[in-house]
Design a binder for this molecule. Structure first.
Ligand code: NCD
Length: 335
């Protein structure tokens, strides 16, 4: 794609409208492939993708593996628990090891914010051409998840063809543990970037105050926001008020492993106040789509009956869409 000029994908702060549209259009073409019988494309034949996950993952890791294989790349997955990390090797040295073995792209997940970016900078300094794709770092960013969420929403609002304009002016609620969510931070960039307004809703202890400013100031080192008119960001503590105004809701997992203190005392009362169920949606006369990045705490963030009703709850559609989105990202970085 002529206008694509990203060497790495670390976060979505530098994405333009054209970038979003390019990714979605390409993903849509890849999504149509299995129906036409051609499940595998030769696009990345002979290229080597290393998936370096220093933190546990089911769907993101598997989805990147499948995406790489559908594009005929060689793929190797690194698992932190069985690696030399246990002998004290740093993530950068692990990355350099895979680069020495010929990796063209590293997909990196790490529990600390900033690790993929640091590795990208160090490899550039060392004169390496390896591309870095962030598979989720600390609380900072999870670009492929936010792009698959965007793809799922755009397809829901306009099933005939993916056009980011279909989300412009819509109100999207992000509910739950926003404080610890790299997904929410990336969702904010992509949704406001495509012109949607976002309502952040959750208990006070899980709602960061600085989020309204988050998308109005470019990150350090980036002087200009490539998007002129971002959607607005609002904050609400009331799920009722939020759902009444929303066209879709993304609810988030309570990420206890990322909390450094116990910020929630009672899961039952969390579910009563912030859990999404069929009854709650009906109360607010709403049949709005419900998304969740997974893994879901069934019965806490989403009620069991709603999770099983995949006509409104789009969690499985999100998982399906993850493959063509990641194919698109790998293709744009490597082909
Ligand atoms: C998310 C993650 O790891 O950031 N999961 C995912 O990648 N699908 C969200 C989470 O951990 O709750």
């Amino acid at each position: 794609m002529a206008s694509w000029n990203h060497k790495h994908i670390i976060d979505l702060a530098a994405f333009s409208l054209e970038d979003y549209q390019n990714v979605l259009e390409l993903a849509n073409r890849f999504k149509a492939l299995p129906k036409s019988g051609a499940r595998k494309l030769p696009a990345l034949q002979g290229r080597f993708i290393a998936i370096l996950f220093f933190e546990p993952s089911t769907r993101t890791r598997t989805s990147f593996e499948i995406a790489a294989k559908r594009l005929s790349a060689d793929v190797q997955t690194f698992s932190a628990s069985t690696s030399s990390l246990t002998k004290g090797e740093t993530p950068l040295d692990t990355a350099l090891t895979y680069v020495a073995m010929g990796a063209d792209t590293l997909v990196i997940r790490h529990s600390s914010s900033g690790v993929p970016e640091q590795i990208a900078k160090s490899l550039e300094k060392a004169g390496k051409k390896t591309a870095i794709l962030n598979g989720g770092d600390g609380l900072h960013s999870h670009p492929s998840q936010a792009l698959l969420d965007l793809f799922t929403l755009v397809n829901f609002f306009e099933p005939s063809k993916p056009d980011i304009k279909s989300i412009k002016g819509k109100r999207i609620a992000i509910v739950g543990d926003i404080l610890h969510s790299r997904v929410a931070r990336s969702n904010l960039w992509s949704l406001t970037g495509c012109g949607a307004d976002v309502i952040l809703c959750g208990p006070k202890s899980l709602l960061p105050n600085d989020f309204v400013d988050f998308v109005s100031s470019p990150p350090p080192g980036q002087l200009i926001d490539p998007i002129k008119n971002r959607g607005k960001v609002m904050i609400s503590r009331s799920l009722k008020e939020t759902l009444q105004q929303s066209d879709a809701v993304i609810t988030l997992r309570l990420q206890k492993e990322r909390m450094n203190q116990n910020l929630l005392t009672n899961l039952g009362s969390y579910h009563r106040e912030y859990g999404i169920s069929r009854r709650i949606l009906q109360n607010f006369r709403k049949e709005i789509p419900v998304l969740h990045p997974g893994p879901v705490n069934r019965g806490i963030e989403i009620s069991s009956e709603l999770l099983d009703d995949q006509s409104i709850c789009l969690t499985q559609e999100q998982v399906k869409n993850g493959i063509p989105i990641r194919m698109a990202l790998l293709y744009l970085l490597m082909a």
